[in-house]
Write a protein that binds this ligand. Structure first.
Ligand code: GLC
Length: 409
């Protein structure tokens, strides 16, 4: 029997609905590609140069955590080790780590402390399953090491993350793609055996009973996983083309970038608009999913000011409209191209995202609903039951250009 997260842990996770993903590491030095080692076939010694140049002296954990908190985000998922194999915390299991650089500080520790100081935001960890640096993963034949040596390292690191940072929000795994081609020359996607998920997940759920487990493997959930993840996509949409996942009965999460990259990439300036980010948040919540929105701080430790501004904008919208997101579950009112809904018990929140006309017809509104009002002003909204559904009318002057929420109860 594989353990799951506790009921209260799962409830907390689903109630908070909005988190910050942070992709950060030495690849912010070259800043050319999320997977620069693989994309440019960079050797381990050559990549290690970047780790020596990485000295992000402007990193300030309290500032980052404040950016997340001001955005209304309630958890942070931080890359403790990405595919490059460089640990962004003071692991006892490898010398290839940030505390062995000129920078010398432990950002995971500082983030955990900053979260603890505030108390309204929890830290969780992204951990890569694959490792392009570890000899037992990538250079097994040359090193004479065994797959079990890699597993010991991977599970050992997860144990550290579940032991050394207080209560964590979640463990977020990435890097197991069963459909990927094996790259003979670089052995990039090689997995010499199973990752022993049952053992791994049981350990997490024993050490951190409230923490949720998500594995971004792009396949149907496996025993012991608490959250089904959708990458750069809303549940069930499969707009990416490679994630044709059936929506499971697990808690759901959508992770997404603000521009087109996870890490800091110079010139990656295709930023989503504030409006579109607020819409994604509402659409994710309406599908019963958390929204994990990414920032990729640069080589100095600075979050892109454009992303900070976007996050502030979302925070301002949430400040007024948070009731329609936090603590809600998937909507029962039929979504249309321009309106989605969330629900908290018998209260239904209709998110009007686009206006085709002043009147919106909603199908599937429960019989218990007999009144409508604007969430922010409290003003009554005219509501009429017709053959086609409930018609609500919100004139232009009453609309929020980002997303107008109408409460039906
Ligand atoms: C993808 C990317 C990986 C990134 C992850 C975050 O799997 O390949 O680099 O960390 O998405 O969701």
């Amino acid at each position: 029997m594989v353990k799951q997260a506790s009921e209260q842990g799962l409830k907390w996770y689903q109630d908070v609905r909005f988190g910050m993903f942070i992709h950060w590491g030495p690849s912010a030095v070259p800043a050319r590609h999320d997977w620069i080692m693989a994309a440019e076939s960079i050797s381990v010694p050559d990549y290690e140069q970047y780790t020596r140049q990485f000295n992000p002296t402007k990193f300030n954990a309290d500032e980052w955590v404040s950016v997340a908190a001001d955005a209304g985000q309630k958890y942070i998922v931080f890359t403790s080790r990405h595919h490059d194999g460089f640990s962004m915390y003071d692991t006892a299991l490898s010398d290839y780590k940030i505390t062995n650089t000129a920078f010398g500080r432990d950002p995971a520790r500082e983030l955990a402390d900053a979260c603890a100081r505030r108390g309204d935001i929890k830290l969780g960890f992204y951990n890569s399953l694959l490792d392009w640096h570890h000899p037992a993963y990538r250079f097994r034949e040359e090193s004479g090491l065994a797959w079990s040596d890699y597993l010991e390292f991977l599970h050992g690191q997860v144990r550290e993350l579940c032991t050394n940072f207080g209560e964590i929000a979640c463990m977020w795994f990435d890097g197991h793609w069963p459909n990927h081609q094996f790259d003979e020359e670089h052995q990039y996607f090689m997995a010499g055996g199973s990752f022993e998920y049952e053992k791994l997940y049981n350990m997490i759920h024993t050490l951190q009973p409230d923490a949720t487990v998500l594995n971004n493997h792009h396949a149907q959930p496996q025993p012991g996983e608490d959250v089904q993840g959708f990458e750069q996509d809303l549940p069930g949409m499969n707009t990416t083309g490679w994630q044709n996942l059936e929506i499971s009965s697990l808690a759901l999460e959508v992770c997404m970038t603000i521009n087109d990259h996870w890490f800091y990439i110079r010139g990656s300036d295709n930023h989503k608009s504030l409006r579109s980010l607020v819409h994604y948040l509402a659409r994710a919540a309406s599908a019963g999913a958390n929204y994990l929105l990414n920032v990729g701080p640069n080589e100095e430790g600075v979050i892109n000011p454009i992303h900070v501004a976007r996050l502030q904008g979302i925070g301002a919208w949430l400040q007024a409209n948070g009731e329609s997101i936090y603590g809600t579950r998937a909507g029962v009112i039929e979504p249309t191209a321009s309106a989605v809904s969330t629900r908290n018990g018998d209260t239904h929140y209709v998110h009007l995202l686009d206006y085709i006309s002043d009147s919106v017809t909603l199908a599937g509104v429960p019989d218990s609903v007999n009144a409508a009002h604007l969430l922010v002003s409290g003003d009554a909204v005219p509501m009429e039951r017709t053959d086609k559904g409930v018609v609500i009318t919100v004139p232009a002057a009453q609309r929020d250009p980002l997303n107008t929420v109408v409460v039906l109860s």
